[in-house]
Design a protein around this ligand. Structure first.
Ligand code: SF4
Length: 379
């Protein structure tokens, strides 16, 4: 692809999301010196410019020429909803094709496992909608539209950083979509975020959370890019897990857990398992015993989460009795955590950051989509 001046009405090349190598190639293709790619890389990712005006190392003519064929395109902020209780902010963003996604900014959360340091976390989406249909997730109720591009994923981090006016220290791939179904983009964005000529986020500040696509896990384990892994587990009983997460019918625990173990053996970094508690469904003594057995096989920690109440609770209620499997009060979550801890497992009871603004995965965009779509009837 060549990049002569984009004729009127033709799409300009978005330089956001490109690696340094891709930028060098781009400059070469427009007849400029490839080292310009290295220069612009730092302006795009370190200084996070939105246009070429501030690029002092370029002549006026080069900046004008560049503006004719290229741009630095970010998603557009449609709305921002801030929790009055914990400051969590949910940004609804519109993409170039009109699709909407969400990004959540979790300010100054104390890190429970990182020497208590303070952090500024951004939770990013990787897909528009999600094909996996987890029954506790609002995004799962939306139809899957497409994977996000690298520009759309890294753009979320930079927009959140601008909004917060603080340096982002942590990025979690835990928003709308299954990251491992867009793993090439996710891998590229992590490389860009951890590059020391870019925002230089440390690898331990990056977490990829997956519902458990076993074969992709095996693939990404061998990727040199560094990040921490979280598995959305919720049960170690295939029947219960399949009820909550239909993907478990395709990748059962017998496939998933060896892939997780292999990931650990290659990376030697403790894996986080996320576990939403439902009364009587996944909190029995047998569940404690299964989790304990797993902890002896794979070094792990468990994040216990409270289910966020929403009107899509009925999705779950169609298959799981909503009365019997109601929200757990905090004391009961602590009691389950203590049972695990007494077996030597590291457990964190996660705060409900943003619960009052529906700050869980997919909930704001799903709400927005529900205004324009016919509600999906769960089958
Ligand atoms: S929990 Fe994650 S993987 Fe499951 S439907 Fe929601 S976005 Fe998709």
């Amino acid at each position: 692809m060549t990049h002569s001046a984009a004729p009127q009405g033709e799409k300009k090349t978005n330089l956001l999301g490109m690696t340094e190598e891709e930028l060098r190639k781009f400059f070469e293709e427009i007849g400029e010196a490839p080292y310009r790619g290295k220069q612009i890389f730092s302006w795009i990712y370190k200084k996070q410019i939105s246009d070429f005006t501030p690029v002092t190392g370029f002549t006026k003519e080069l900046r004008a020429r560049l503006s004719e064929v290229a741009g630095i395109g970010y998603p557009e902020v449609v709305s921002a909803e801030e929790s009055p209780t914990d400051g969590t902010t949910k940004l609804l963003l519109q993409l170039e094709d009109g699709n909407k996604i969400e990004t959540v900014l979790i300010p100054r959360e104390k890190s429970p496992d990182d020497e208590g340091s303070l952090r500024e976390t951004v939770c990013v989406s990787t897909q528009v909608g999600c094909p996996l249909d987890c029954k506790f997730c609002a995004t799962g109720a939306m139809k899957f539209t497409r994977n996000l591009t690298a520009a759309e994923v890294i753009g979320q981090v930079f927009i959140a950083q601008r909004y917060a006016r603080k340096r982002v220290t942590n990025v979690v791939f835990m928003g709308m979509g299954e990251p491992l179904l867009n793993h090439e983009t996710v891998s590229k964005v992590i490389r860009l975020l951890t590059d020391d000529s870019s925002v230089n986020i440390r690898a331990r500040g990056i977490t990829v959370s997956t519902a458990g696509i076993a074969e992709k896990l095996t693939l990404i384990a061998k990727d040199p890019v560094k990040f921490r892994l979280a598995i959305s587990l919720h049960s170690l009983d295939d029947e219960v897990r399949s009820l909550l997460m239909p993907i478990n019918r395709k990748y059962s625990l017998a496939q998933l857990l060896p892939a997780v173990r292999e990931f650990y053996m290659l990376r030697r970094d403790r894996i986080t398992f996320e576990y939403i508690l439902f009364d009587g469904l996944n909190d029995t003594n047998a569940d404690v015993a299964r989790l304990t057995k797993l902890s002896r096989d794979i070094p792990l920690k468990i994040n216990l989460l409270r289910y966020h109440p929403l009107d899509h609770l009925s999705r779950l209620g169609l298959e799981v009795d909503p009365v019997a499997h109601n929200l757990r009060p905090s004391a009961r979550i602590e009691e389950f955590a203590d049972r695990l801890r007494s077996n030597g497992i590291t457990v964190f009871v996660r705060s409900n950051s943003g619960e009052d603004i529906d700050g869980a995965c997919g909930q704001l965009a799903a709400k927005n989509a529900r205004r324009t779509r016919k509600p999906k009837v769960n089958t």
